[in-house]
Design a protein around this ligand. Structure first.
Ligand code: XMP
Length: 513
């Protein structure tokens, strides 16, 4: 049976993947495509519905993204959002003008509950607006179904042609009943039944990978992070021993992390794949000796990773495919026909040029982080790995301010393990975006057991963040900080002072370097 799908046509807005994700939350598969997708390509996909996204342009702009109006004759239901609603109006003969008053943010909207789009939605509902243009006159055959005091057409529709439009963004969280509206569109307008689940994604991807790879060889750079782990397990379920995972232990991982990765992916673990662990600790420490400048450290760690991987890849010989755990937030460009830029280093952006392969496989590139985690659970990956907090590619190398040495790595690993243990015991881990211990490059005088000490200061950091672009320091309970401090000073040799970093981002960054 063919799977139901909704096409999200991308007109350059910020929330395009979010729209697709919300549709998937309704258990209907959705894909984002550039607005330049041809009518034939659209027909070939046999969508149950199409959603036009928002975008930063004005429909009258010379270079504004526009599709042809033949799309409205396909007989496929369409929902236009923000710019997409204005485009629908413009193409069908309505008028769009610069609004006398722009609307940004939470806005109370009066909706007509007899519209199928607003079934079960309150007559006055809070929606997220972000526009300077608005629809001044709806096209013939359309009726207005929502408005605000300054936006006469906050929604319009022509049910006979199955065309719907909202000036506001139903996909963002701030539109309180947005999910209901999207669900109404998908189920009541498009007639979907909801045949998509994360397990379907997993099954379909396994099938597609099998078909694509045939009996070819696949290579994966495994970091032990959530994304590369989920990608590796997916591939191993699809092609088993045709997959080789190379895990480079650069000596800058958290305490015991290398062994934990090996326990899951190595020969004793549950997966049937070829696993190579490269213990490159000494090699990294000698390259990093004497280097203090943060960017120089990052560069050395990144380049060394490529060298080590290259050496291993040479031993394996020619491979057909390289797997990358790229996820949607790593795909910088919005899909307007431009190729995706892959995050450097951690997701092995530097690798393709050093490995001889036919193609890159990115099985997770349409998913958000929490969707990747769901896929991981679906695949039976242990929870502690699936819910691992983000860890930068350069690892502890950028949590040790100044020169990196084996001794300093040991100190940070021990201090960080204590911090994580106490945070877990206090039951506050799930509230924190990211938290870790770092090592300042400062030594200070202390006294322990009547003896003078001259040791390092450890800095603890914990931030609240949802996007990692901005963050604020978390208010960790004082008792927890106190316990962590006392344990670190007592248990970690070489540390006589512990500090808590209260800096937000901006002006700080989450990592120290
Ligand atoms: P900053 O320090 O820039 O970090 O506020 C934001 C988020 O990015 C992570 N981070 C990295 N991740 N490779 C990565 O894969 C890197 O080089 C890197 N540097 C920072 C950081 O842990 C935080 O989650």
């Amino acid at each position: 049976m063919e799977k139901e799908m909704i096409i999200v046509l991308d007109f350059g807005g910020q929330y395009n993947q979010l729209i697709a994700r919300r549709v998937r939350e309704c258990n209907v598969y959705a894909e984002v495509h550039p607005y330049t997708l041809s009518l034939d390509e659209i027909k070939a996909k046999n969508p149950k519905g199409i959603i036009f996204t928002g975008g930063p342009n004005s429909v009258y702009g010379e270079d504004s993204p526009r599709c042809g109006k033949e799309i409205f004759e396909l007989g496929v239901p369409i929902l236009g959002i923000c710019y997409g609603s204005q485009l629908m109006s413009y193409l069908l003969g309505g008028t769009v003008e610069t609004a006398p008053v722009s609307e940004y943010g939470r806005t109370e909207v009066d909706v007509n509950p007899s519209s199928v789009l607003f079934e079960d939605v309150a007559e006055k509902t809070i929606c997220w607006m972000s526009h300077t243009d608005y629809i001044a006159k709806v096209p013939e055959g359309f009726t207005i179904t929502a408005s605000t005091p300054v936006c006469p057409v906050a929604a319009m529709e022509c049910p006979a042609k199955q065309l719907y439009a909202t000036q506001f963004h139903p996909e963002v969280m701030h539109t309180q009943e947005g999910m209901k509206m999207l669900s109404n569109f998908v189920y009541k307008v498009c007639g979907c039944k909801g045949d998509w689940k994360m397990s379907s994604f997993v099954d379909d991807t396994i099938k597609a990978v099998r078909e694509k790879v045939g009996d070819g060889k696949v290579l994966c750079a495994l970091s032990g992070g959530v994304d590369s782990s989920v990608a590796a397990v997916l591939l191993s379920k699809a092609i088993g021993k045709q997959l080789t995972c190379v895990f480079v232990d650069h000596g800058l991982l958290r305490k015991d992390e290398g062994d934990e990765v090996e326990a899951v992916f190595g020969p004793e673990g549950p997966y049937d794949l070829n696993f190579i662990r490269v213990n490159a600790q000494e090699r990294y420490y000698s390259k990093l000796a004497g280097v203090t400048e943060p960017e120089a450290k990052r560069k050395i760690i990144g380049e060394e990773f490529i060298r080590v991987f290259e050496e291993e890849a040479k031993k394996i010989g020619k491979v057909d495919y390289l797997v990358q755990g790229t996820i949607y937030p790593d795909v910088i460009e919005s899909g307007l026909g431009k190729s995706a830029v892959i995050k450097s280093h951690h997701n092995v952006g530097g690798l393709p040029s050093v490995v001889d392969f036919k193609e890159i496989i990115e099985p997770l590139r349409l998913l958000f982080k929490d969707e990747v985690r769901k896929a991981g659970l679906e695949l039976g990956i242990p929870e502690n790995l699936v819910y691992r907090q983000p860890f930068p590619g350069p690892g502890l190398g950028i949590r040790i301010i100044g020169e990196v040495t084996a001794e300093k790595v040991h100190i940070v690993q021990e201090a960080d393990a204590i911090y994580r243990e106490e945070v877990a015991k206090a039951g506050i881990a799930k509230d924190l975006g990211q938290y870790f211990a770092g090592l300042t490059n400062m030594r200070s005088v202390g006294v322990m057991g009547d003896e003078r000490t001259y040791d390092y200061a450890v800095a603890l950091r914990a931030v609240l963040t949802s996007d990692f672009m901005t963050a604020e320091a978390a208010q960790i309970p004082y008792e927890v900080l106190f316990k962590v401090t006392s344990r670190i000073i007592n248990e970690v040799k070489g540390v006589n002072r512990v500090m808590y970093d209260l800096t937000s981002k901006p002006p700080g960054t989450i990592e120290f370097e």
